[in-house]
Design a protein around this ligand. Sequence first.
Ligand code: DGL
Length: 261
Amino acid sequence: MSKSKHKIGIFDSGIGGTSIFKEINALLPHENTIYLADSKNAPYGDKSKEEIISLSIKNTKLLLEKDCKIIVVACNTATTNAIKVLRNTFDIPFIGIEPAIKPAALNTQTKAVGILATKGTLSSELFHNTTDLYSQDINVIEQIGEGIVPLIEAGKINSDAMKSLLEDYIKPMLKADIDYLVLGCTHYPYLIPQLLEMLPKHIKIIDSGLAVAKQTKAILKQHELLNLSATKGNNIFYSNGNVTVLKEILDDKFTVKALDF
Ligand code: DGL
């Protein structure tokens, strides 16, 4: 089989990276994909750098066994802590995702931007380097989204508990007069409807999903790995956690299988 027919491998600590899968699938519908939801080990955000690296290596090895031609690390926490090691260890292109601090910092009028991400992302060197580069005269209000990922993994996106966490987390941002809220975790785009209800209209919410999909396409093209088939690709999802929640977030449109990994 030509390598272009091989799959785009995508992994996340759980179901959040499906927000990235959806962008990739919309842009590249002919690509075959395979998604790993490592929900058993979620959240990654509270783990040490060493643990995040070892889980990312485990996921990558499994995706390589399943014939992937490129790997999308659909997790800000895994990208900011492990992508360097992954790129140095495996001979395959990797696409990562980082909080979209740059567009927020370049466009803010109030000179204040909020960033909601995991502890693992906010404490990473990569995040600090990017933030320092683009936000010299800007007030960046960093907020750890403690507790959000476990609620999403439990299927409680629209719960009272979620609402009260979000209210608490955006309070200091509103006080600082932010006009951009950066979602620095791939689970969080599922909270956009609620956030839009809570935030004043002039505050824009941004995430990196579309940028990751475009970058995936560009890198596949560069390596002559784009699948030029005219038929729709095959999309498979594996979860080592709650399969029902993963099915729900995918609107029951794709094949979801339980797998212990
Ligand atoms: N979805 C992930 C991210 O983008 C990880 C969340 C977690 O497991 O803590 O950061």
